[in-house]
Design a protein around this ligand. Structure first.
Ligand code: ZN
Length: 158
């Protein structure tokens, strides 16, 4: 019911100052007792050990974060390199570089961009796949190497 006297902290500090003059050890004890009432949680007896331990944990966590950032940058770089290679391969095969003909909603090809659907880029094709092979129907392919030998033997025996 009774409000705290606003002059009380002032009176207390004056009392402490007087005590400091007359009996410094008792003043220190009084200050410690006052401090104990303010601090709610018990304080670790050796704070420096705790601080060192937390600083080590912080340093380890920061090192882990740095390593993860480096790994993430590497992964993003690899992802972009793979996308570039895939786009080059699509151009070499005449496919849509966005979806390879697998997305009917593709803004580039509307799902019609399978390999061979457009003229391949000759430079990229030569770089990735080497010089163009002779086309089917040329002299090299007329021997039909896929035919089983037995069939050929049967034909000779007739
Ligand atoms: Zn597409």
């Amino acid at each position: 019911m009774a409000d705290a006297d606003p002059a009380e902290p002032l009176a207390m500090s004056r009392l402490m100052a007087e005590l400091q003059q007359s009996n410094p050890q008792l003043a220190m004890l009084a200050q410690l007792m006052q401090a104990r009432t303010i601090v709610a949680e018990p304080v670790s007896p050796d704070l420096s050990d705790e601080v060192v331990r937390l600083a080590e944990q912080l340093a380890a966590a920061e090192a882990k974060i740095d390593a993860m950032k480096r790994q993430a940058r590497r992964l993003v770089g690899n992802y972009h390199a793979a996308c570039d290679r895939l786009a080059d391969l699509a151009a070499a095969l005449g496919a849509c570089g966005l979806c390879w003909g697998e997305d009917s909603g593709c803004p580039s090809c509307r799902g019609r961009g399978r390999p061979g659907m457009v003229r391949p880029d000759p430079e990229i094709r030569a770089r990735l796949l080497g010089p163009p092979r002779p086309r089917a129907g040329s002299a090299e392919h007329s021997a039909a190497p896929c035919r089983p030998p037995r069939e050929m033997n049967d034909a000779q025996s007739l």
